[in-house]
Design a protein around this ligand. Structure first.
Ligand code: ZN
Length: 330
């Protein structure tokens, strides 16, 4: 379908070679309105409508192209087009399409303004590079911290990271002597579940968020390069413009997200948080590896015996809290 909304005289003349700008268009000679246009100030044209014996001649930028009964075409300003041909259904259809196109043009104008603003922000490129390298550094720090966490504990932590339950559970038990119906003695173990601690911010172990930030930063850099070299400005590229503007807006969000992730990492790596992680493993060897890691981070020498002593001290503490019952990690 031929374009019925045009934004430059060149486009309109190319699409409607029957245009005759010297033609007088009497109201009763108009067959129908065939196109609508919106021109810039410098492209304004004269209204060719003639009512009775008076020609309108008003200069205007917004109007409709009329097809005459003789097959020629002429410009009619918006005021005349509205006043004389408002009842024309085709005019209404064109008007709707024109409004849609005008809205599109307005969107593109505002996107272009946003992008021009970004273009003049000389620190943006540097900011994006900084986000990218900072994300890499944070990721490296988290990954090297993760590497020291024993496998079984790490697996349970990542499960906690996805869910909302962050409690470290165990049980305390007591062996009682009971008698059966024949009066014979038997040992009965009574257990009770206990929560040892709540893990702080295990979600920070998911480093996927950091790669996403890096990816967004490099997309924004690519978008910025497009803006810096050539700003597209056509209806076809509205989607592309919107995408570029959005990815550039995301630059500051990336910095904020990094702040949040770093804060979460600090909470996770606090010694009091790491001290309880050993109870996420039921095997002694894993518990001891975690305690060794803890001792190393706390600046104390990490020897196997120290780890055993420390683990026993924590166990004693839990058992004291539970009236001397025996504690077991689950
Ligand atoms: Zn007029």
């Amino acid at each position: 379908m031929a374009k019925t909304f045009l934004t430059s005289p060149q486009d309109l003349e190319a699409a409607h070679p029957e245009l005759n700008r010297d033609l007088a268009v009497p109201t009763d000679q108009v067959e129908r309105l065939v196109a609508r246009y919106s021109y810039r100030e410098l492209d304004r044209v004269n209204c060719q409508l003639r009512e009775k014996d008076s020609a309108c001649n008003q200069r205007h930028g917004l109007g409709s192209l009329a097809l005459t009964k003789s097959g020629q075409k002429g410009y009619i300003g918006n005021k005349c087009a509205r006043g004389h041909f408002n009842a024309d259904a085709s005019f209404k259809a064109i008007f709707l399409e024109g409004t849609r196109d005008l809205n599109l043009q307005r969107d593109i104008d505002s996107l272009t303004a946003r992008l021009t603003e970004k273009k003049s922000d000389t620190s943006l490129k540097q900011k994006l590079e900084l986000i990218s390298s900072r994300a890499k550094t944070v990721e490296t720090r988290i990954l090297s911290a993760i590497r020291r966490i024993p496998g079984p504990i790490f697996i349970r932590l990542t499960r906690m990271a996805g869910g909302s339950d962050r409690a470290i559970r165990g049980e305390v038990s007591e062996v009682k002597i009971d008698r059966d119906e024949n009066g014979k003695e038997r040992r009965v173990t009574e257990t009770e579940p206990v929560t040892v601690a709540i893990v702080a911010r295990p979600d920070v172990l998911h480093t996927g968020r950091l790669s996403a930030i890096r990816k967004r930063a490099s997309e924004a850099t690519a978008a910025l390069n497009v803006v810096l070299t050539d700003l597209p400005y056509t209806a076809q590229t509205k989607k592309a413009l919107a995408k570029i503007a959005k990815s550039l807006d995301g630059a500051d969000e990336g910095a904020g997200e990094l702040d949040a992730i770093e804060a979460a990492f600090v909470s996770f790596m606090k010694l009091e948080n790491l001290a309880s992680l050993c109870w996420l493993a039921p095997r002694l060897q894993d518990q001891l590896s975690m305690v060794e890691y803890y001792l190393q981070l706390s600046g104390k020498p990490a020897k196997q015996t120290d780890a055993r002593t420390q683990l026993q001290a924590w166990r004693d503490e839990i058992e004291r809290k539970h009236k001397g019952l025996t504690f077991r990690a689950l």
